[in-house]
Design a protein around this ligand. Sequence first.
Ligand code: A3P
Length: 300
Amino acid sequence: MANPWTVFKHDGFSFIGGLHDRKAVKDRRIDAWDIREDDVIITTFPKSGTTWMLRLVSEMYPDLHWQLKPTNLAARPCYFYEDADLLSGIYAVHVKAVQTTLHEMPSPRLMYCHAPVEFFHSAWRENSTRCKVIYITRNPKDVCVSMFHYLNSDRKNWTWDEFVTRFVNGDVIFGPWTNHVIGWKRFGIEDGVLHVKYEDMKTDLKSVILKISQFLSRPIDEDQLNRALKRSCFRSMKEAGDDVNLMPCRDENSWWAGGPSFRNGRVGDWKSHFTVSQNEMFDQRISEIMKENCTKLTYE
Ligand code: A3P
């Protein structure tokens, strides 16, 4: 079998042979998605707090009983690329098993994706239909560490040094990180996009929840707020394990089982991984680009 981790590029972004269907990426089949105005979509560069945000947003819709359980796709947020067939392999197994598609799902739908904005629905980019999009940015050093542990857990594909170089060169899934973040930053609240920083969620989750509730026009009372804070803290989510984990099927036949989804959820964990020279390289190649693009990142 060809190495499933082989990266292939399309329009400057990296996709992974074992996960992404080349033809679907090339045809941008992600555009098959039918946008509805009450759709809520969480978009992130992977490992930026997607699962956490899904948990928070589901707390805003208690009446819908959205569950993040892998066993019942109809009742859990779904990947919109499942329907668009952008991903194959472990995700497709799940879709076939439950036989449901995005089109069949009742409104409002909660979804997530990791697509660069260039691959996001063209109708959305052209401003014809709007839905609510929440984009999370996490500092890229912690993203790099989180991704390394996640991807490298069962097969040791890369050394840490190799992985940092890959990350900086954009040769990781959905990389380069800089283009992903800068691309999405072009769209703001007037386009229906709320930008949230992972680090702000860590320091003042209450304010972030209130901001989201306002953005989604879903007022929450004190009880709901406290419940959301309790249910979305790192410990509760880790304890809930597979009930809130997005990895749909850890199928024994899959070529990759996925690493820890709730590792330690820290800001600044990169400090225990990066050497001085890796850090300098990272700063020169990534932090400088972000400064030029007026994006202030929080590293600790
Ligand atoms: P670490 O690997 O650094 O621990 P995603 O859901 O986009 O894959 O992001 C995964 C990262 O978010 C992991 O980071 C995970 O621990 C962290 N995370 C998940 N839930 C969290 C929570 N409730 N609080 C803080 N971090 C959380």
